[in-house]
Design a protein around this ligand. Structure first.
Ligand code: NAD
Length: 436
């Protein structure tokens, strides 16, 4: 099938590569000429495990191409995915200018009937706006679908190739058949995992999923605070509740607050949509408020033990990205942590295996970027673990302790066992692990 993916960021690039991998002819479009030129040379602008060889292979075999020529891409494709960004506007609502701009462009180049698919995360009602925007430019018939993307950064290829489910909102029989055919290779194992539904429900499903996941995180972060007050260990509580099948084990990890390009903006956007309709989503407003406080929990722990004035102190950080296996710094909780440490007078020396370049765009030379984890610990008065990268799981703890000026270890991800760390000579403080 001939497919065009418009917007070649995380979602568009992964979707394009995976659709090419299953034999389709895919053209990925972006307005960023530099990004397209790099992709044509197989230079992948993001870190995502498995993506680079997949792009290289499919490009070499001629199934995947990259272009800035949106008109040619639209004219040559049967299915058009809109995968551009939907950043939050000033009032928290999703900014649809890119999505609707692309929709008008699609209308201008519509040469035969096509299926127009919104893959970007968009508020309920957007598919109808897309339909109107396309229609304003053409008389050629077309169908509109909502196909929200559920991939996780860091496991994006795995998620796209073996999805838990594919949600397709559609109101046209031919489009339904086309989308079913396109996704069949990804859903062969494990029964019927394509969920066809009405368009509005598909749009809401994406926001409801992210809102639920963010809620679990804020819930556990509050339980962690409670555990600290009563001397309980939230890791035990997590196991205790997660083994209940009604609750499940996933997404029950307390930490330094959720970040990334999706949860913060999607929670804000669904709150705004509901507010505009006169419904206050109070649960989600609390989820957001709890997360804002949580992003400062590690900073407050450092200041509790080193004092609020951190002049003359050095703080080492392990991890900058908002989670492991990505170089994405968008809304990372390390940003308010570092700003807080610098404002209090501390020197910050940080290590991350992939996100240093992204961090440089934010902090420039206000932070010392360490080449390895041990250099970040060297001479520091405290070491904070902010991202759950595998290489931080089992370091040479004796070496780390000797390198630190003070063996203060603030484990923002609860990677280590408190008793073991204390036995190794650390002043250890996790999140919600029995005592403040
Ligand atoms: N990143 C994720 O993990 C993830 C997961 C699921 C859904 N989403 C959603 O998918 C959408 C895209 O997210 P992303 O992270 O891929 O964004 P991104 O910022 O990484 O990529 C968006 C791309 O679209 C391009 N673009 C913007 N306007 C364009 C236009 N008019 N023509 C051509 N290209 C254009 C930009 O240059 C950019 O390369 C968002 O709505 C997001 O919420 C993201």
């Amino acid at each position: 099938m001939h497919v065009a993916v418009i917007g070649s960021g995380y979602v568009g690039l992964v979707a394009g590569a995976c659709l090419a991998e299953t034999g389709n002819d895919v053209v990925c479009v972006d307005k960023d000429a530099d990004k397209i030129a790099r992709l044509q040379r197989n230079e992948i602008p993001i870190y995502e495990p498995g993506l680079e060889p997949m792009v290289e292979r499919n490009q070499a075999e001629g199934r995947l191409t990259f272009t800035t020529d949106i008109g040619a891409a639209i004219r040559g494709a049967k299915v058009l995915f809109i995968a551009v960004g939907t950043p939050p506007g000033e009032d928290g609502s999703a900014d649809l200018q890119h999505v609707l701009g692309v929709a008008r462009e699609i209308g201008r180049h519509m040469n035969e009937p096509k299926v127009v698919v919104t893959k970007s995360t968009v508020p309920v009602g957007t598919a109808e706006k897309v339909r109107a925007a396309v229609k304003s430019q053409t008389d050629v018939p077309f169908a509109v679908c909502s196909n929200p993307e559920f991939l996780k950064e860091g496991a994006a290829i795995e998620d796209f190739m073996k999805p838990d489910r594919v949600v397709i909102g559609v109101d046209d029989e031919d489009a339904r058949a086309v989308m079913g055919e396109l996704y069949a290779p990804f859903t062969r194992q494990g029964g019927n995992r394509i969920l066809f539904m009405d368009i509005a429900s598909a749009e809401v499903t994406k926001y409801a999923a992210n809102a639920m996941l963010a809620t679990r995180i804020s819930f556990m972060n509050q339980m962690a605070l409670f555990c600290e007050l009563v001397g309980a260990d939230v890791s035990n509580v997590r196991l205790g509740i997660g083994s209940d099948q009604r609750i499940g084990r996933a997404f029950l990890y307390p930490g330094p607050g959720y970040g990334g390009s999706c949860f913060p903006k999607d929670v804000k956007a669904i709150i705004k949509t509901a507010d505009d309709l006169g419904l206050s989503l109070d649960v989600l407003k609390s989820v957001e408020a709890v997360n804002e406080c949580q992003k400062l929990v590690v900073l407050h722990k450092v200041q509790r033990y080193l004092g609020s004035d951190l002049s003359g102190k050095t703080v080492g950080l392990w991890g900058l990205a908002f989670k492991a296996e990505t170089d994405d710094m968008r809304e990372s909780p390390t940003v308010p942590l570092i700003e807080g440490l610098l404002a209090a007078g501390a020197k910050v020396q940080a290590h991350d295996p992939k996100a240093t370049d992204s961090a440089r765009h934010i902090f420039e030379d206000r932070v010392m970027y360490a080449a390895d984890p041990y250099s970040a610990a060297h001479g520091a008065d405290a070491l904070c673990v902010m991202t759950e990268w595998l290489l931080y799981r089992n370091p040479d703890f004796d070496r780390v302790r000797r390198l630190l000026r003070r063996p203060l270890l603030v484990d923002g991800r609860n990677l280590y066992e408190p008793e073991r760390m204390k036995a190794l000579g650390f002043e250890y403080h996790g999140i919600g692990r029995g005592g403040r």
